[in-house]
Design a protein around this ligand. Sequence first.
Ligand code: SAM
Length: 283
Amino acid sequence: MSRWAEETLYDDCKFCLKLEKLLYERSSEHQSLLVAENLSFGRVLYLDGVLQTTEADEFIYHEMMAHVPILAHGRAESVLIIGGGDGGMLREVLKHQTIDRVVQVEIDPDVIAFCREHLPNHSQGSFDDPRLELVIADGKDYLDDCGERFDIVIIDSTDPIGPGEALFTPDFYQACKTALDEDGILVTQNGVPFLQPEELRNTMRAFRALFQDASCYLAAVPTYIGGAMAFGWGSDRPEPRQTSLDVLKARYRDAGLELRYLNPEVHQASFALPTFVRELVEG
Ligand code: SAM
């Protein structure tokens, strides 16, 4: 008989998926892991009872977090990914031939191992790319000792519960800024503002204290219920967020990416914020 998975993220609303087939379920040193199949979403990954990613709609999340900062920056060569153990972010970042160095810092080696086996469409072999340095560590500890600087830092974290909690603090964002080149860009997964307004408000408060340009951009990912989700954006250069459509068109064309969600128009429009989101960003 099929089993239903009830997400445990919210106290008063639940997104349930019917699990047709359970592929993997156990606990690692850091969290509980579950991969199963659903008819509409394909293979789905839960960590500590929270839905992380699904085969059907992961392209929206990963394209938005990888290509928007890289193509807004315009000459990025190095990327730091914190989290992202399923490998989808790495896959998208490595599509850029201009990126010659990627460091990925993931706390839980079990997530990488079992996603390589049970969610192989996410990483598609990218963990074997010679441009990658994979570090198994807490992202916060890594940054505290990191002497290197990157053009782009991507925080592909779980929600601020369990091991992911440390990745939502002002100290952590300060450490991210220290690891950025002076014209670098930090992007963070910041949940769904309609259901998690404080998550965005707190991150934006910290970003405003650190960056000349602090804002967020949006995309609706069906897996993350409650409307559009927010990606935090921090940079000391205001220009990347205001890149003109003509320049974006040229950059997308030159990058030669085959994308399913993003295009120059969607890229530019993703920075337009509804009023209730703008209020969270501003205070
Ligand atoms: N797309 C997902 C979402 O929106 O929730 C995120 C997916 S990805 C699987 C999140 C990864 O962050 C997990 O692999 C988890 O192990 C990792 N992670 C959590 N806390 C971390 C930390 N403190 N340092 C490094 N990685 C961490």
